[in-house]
Write a protein that binds this ligand. Sequence first.
Ligand SMILES: [Zn+2]
Length: 321
Amino acid sequence: MRRSSRVRSRALRLFPCAAALVATAGLGQLGAPAPRAAALAAPTAVCDGTDAAARRPAGGESGQDPNSVTPARARAMDEDLRAHLAGHVNAHAFDGTTTTIRVYVHVIHSGDTGRLSDGTIAAQIDHLNATYGGQGDGNTATGFGFELAGTDYTDNAGWYKGMTPGSRAERDMKKQLRKGDAGTLNLYTAKLGQSLLGWATFPDAYRSDPVGDGVVLLDASLPGGSATNYDEGSTATHETGHWLGLFHTFQGGCQSPGDYVDDTPSERSPAYGCPEGRHTCSTTVLDPIHNFMDYSYDSCMSQFTPGQVERMANSWAAYRK
Ligand SMILES: [Zn+2]
């Protein structure tokens, strides 16, 4: 799941905490007014150690965040992954070959609203190929490529407006539209509720719920869309990371084993905006704000790590191959 910072940045009651954090971290950004302003606007999340729970709207199945899991659930998922890999030849980090994933894009729209063009969809596929292909500052090639297998359009105002994870609309949509098998990526676009940019299913869930498998995206998050700061297509990169078995970089907060990837620094909570120098755990390294599996702006995200590539390769071998 990925959520924009619009709602949280209005939570001004946490502002003193933000100032305290900046002082503690010794960021020394006084000479750079714009970044500092960004850092101060965002830390409603930085300061809140219980952020994952706090961001989950109260009550109801539709309020659950499917991609921020409890430490116990993360541990169980990791054990399941290891069990599935036992006896296989383990899949390791990118060995130079490319696995091409077929992608079906299901556009939900309401009349002309949300009816994405072929060009927008092609740009999104291009962005997936660039980000998974190692382009970008500090990025790692993953060995995964993406190929558009088909696009369909469904004019349904009820599904389009304010879809949320676990809702009846989501279930009905996927039941009617999903295509392919465990290794086929189904991308659905609509106008989402709860300030959500998107959400995804993890690969281990395919066995028990193949119909539910896939990624749901805010239509405005595709390249050139109207979601300010989230309009370059990296929401699809982030959600596809979950679909390939990655947790958020802030999974588990500062507690090891965090996101079950050794080379992503831990962080206490999601980063919003692009808070350079953010440092929320007692470690020797800064928070991974440029990682695709954080919550930063699209312009701030450019990285998968070798450890994440290995986890995606392992998840593919265990669940999707
Ligand atoms: Zn997420």
